[in-house]
Every structure is written in C-alpha cells, then in structure tokens.
Design a protein around this ligand. Structure first.
Ligand code: NAP
Length: 248
C-alpha cells in the first residue's frame, strides 16, 4: 500500500524536518503551510531533488474549508492518506495571563486545538476500517509546555497543548479497533523560528542550562520520534506520548 503523509505546517522548522525524513522513508508527502510559500516550495524541491514525492498546499488549519480542500487535494494527487502529523502550531508574544486579550486566546486555540481536531476528523474518515479504509497513524505534536505551564510566557499555548494531549488519549481509544494508532510527540525547546514569534529569538540559548542535557534540541530529533511512532516498529503503541526534551 502506498504510504501517504500529510504534515501540517511542513514548510519550516519541525514540520519541514518531518516532511524530509518521511520522504526518505518512502512516503509521498503533502506539506501544508499558511503564509510562507517559498519555504514550503523549497522543501518540496529538496524532496523531489532527492527522488521523493512531495506537494505543498496552502491551507489554514484554523479554517474548515481549507482543511477539507487539503485532504481532497491529497486524495486526488497521491491517494488515501495513511499518516497525519498535526504539527502546525502557533504561540504569541510572551505575556502574563492578566494581559492576554480575548482574540489572542481564540487564535491560539483555533489553530492549535480546533485545527488538529478537524484534520484528525478528515484523516479518520479516510483511514478507519469503519469507513472502508485500511487504517493508518496520527501523531499530534504537543509540547512539554502542556505539563510545565509556561508561566509568564504563554499559558494559553501551554493549555492548548494540554488539549492536544487529551485529544490523543481519547481519539486513540476511539479508533484503536479500527486500524488507527494515535500518539503524541512532546518536544522541549527546539531550535526553530517559533521562539521569535514569542518575541525572543534567542530563547533556546537563554534556557538551555536548565535542561538536564544542557542543550536545545534540533528538528530532526523530533522528526525521528514521529517517524518511529508511525512505523510498524511501534505496532502496539497507541495513546502514548514521547517526550523529546533533553530530560526537561
Ligand atoms: P515554526 O518554525 O514557527 O513553524 C510553524 C509552521 O506552522 C510553519 O510552517 C507555519 O506556516 C505553520 N502554521 C502556522 N499556523 C498555521 C495555520 N493556521 N495553518 C497551517 N499552517 C500553519 O514552529 P515549530 O517550532 O517548527 O513548531 C512546530 C510544532 O512544534 C508546533 O505545534 C509547536 O507548538 C511545536 N513545538 C515546538 C517547540 C519548539 O521549541 N520549537 C517546542 C514544543 C512544541 P508558514 O511557514 O506558512 O508560516
């Protein structure tokens, strides 16, 4: 059976590392992006140059119509999706809860939580044996912030990731007998541009001494855990969470 992956937010950072590793592992990969078309096209070109199959689609995970169109485009280009990585995620400027406005909290939850739910819905409709599908795998990208809380930085983001942890636990049980495994990868601090979105591009280096391994992580280290969970090596693993955080 052809291996087909959708990785949301696959044009940069952790998502791009997942897309590249998946292509090397034999997946036809569709990576979605929001604004940065050039970066997404560069990832596709790199995969194609190495002999792999990839497609970039602009689709806002917080917009239901975009998500539906994304999955339909994959149906027609590669065939039925067999792996979904809910990777697209945002945070906003570091702030205390008392200073957060209503709209900001809504934006965080719309992308990180509602977006992951809607993508999971579309994947289950295609993968589940209940719907005539062949099964598949879903990996949700959470964050160690879901357990640490991110005080004084982004409690809203941390809480959205806690919702993702629970999405994994519940959905994994719901579809376990239908050929779908659902797991979480929970990164610690990883060198990507997301920290600049929070207003502190150098955040990883500022806090790396508080990490037991005394360093930040790299996107490839997260990608390896994702690909393992989606592989047959993890055939009895569902509802699980792998921390990729250097011990923090
Ligand atoms: P990043 O470098 O900021 O990249 C985010 C990606 O998500 C980009 O490709 C972006 O698209 C896409 N995106 C954002 N909003 C979107 C939307 N509404 N619809 C579709 N795509 C959207 O982030 P990252 O560090 O790689 O993070 C990836 C995931 O890992 C996130 O879920 C994040 O919460 C999680 N994580 C990261 C860290 C870390 O330290 N880096 C730690 C824990 C968890 P454009 O390129 O078009 O903007």
């Amino acid at each position: 059976m052809k291996k087909v992956m959708i990785v949301t937010g696959g044009g940069r950072g952790i998502g791009a590392a997942i897309a590249r590793l998946a292509a090397r592992d034999g997946y036809a990969v569709c990576l979605s992006y929001l604004n940065n078309e050039k970066s997404a096209n560069d990832v596709v070109a790199g995969i194609a140059g190495a002999g792999g199959e990839a497609l970039a689609v602009r689709a806002d995970v917080a917009a239901e119509d975009d998500v539906v169109r994304l999955f339909r485009q994959v149906d027609s280009t590669f065939g039925r999706v067999t792996a979904l990585v809910n990777n697209a995620g945002i945070l906003e400027k570091q702030s205390r809860v008392e200073d957060m406005d209503f709209m900001r909290i809504g934006r965080i939850f719309a992308t990180n939580v509602v977006g992951s739910f809607i993508c999971a819905r579309e994947a289950v409709r295609r993968m589940s044996t209940r719907h005539g599908g062949p099964g598949g795998g879903i990996v949700n990208i959470s964050s160690r912030a879901s357990k640490l809380g991110a005080p004084n930085e982004y409690v809203d983001y941390a809480a959205s990731k806690a919702a993702i942890d629970t999405l994994t636990i519940g959905l994994a049980k719901e579809v376990a007998a239908e050929g779908i495994r659902v797991n979480t990868v929970s990164p610690g601090v990883i060198y990507t541009d997301i920290h600049a979105s929070g207003g502190e591009p150098g955040r990883v280096d500022r806090i790396k001494d508080s990490i037991p391994m005394k360093r930040g992580g790299h996107p490839d280290e997260v990608a390896k855990a994702v690909l393992w969970l989606l592989s047959e090596e993890a055939s009895f693993t569902t509802g699980a969470c792998i921390d990729v955080s250097g011990g923090r």
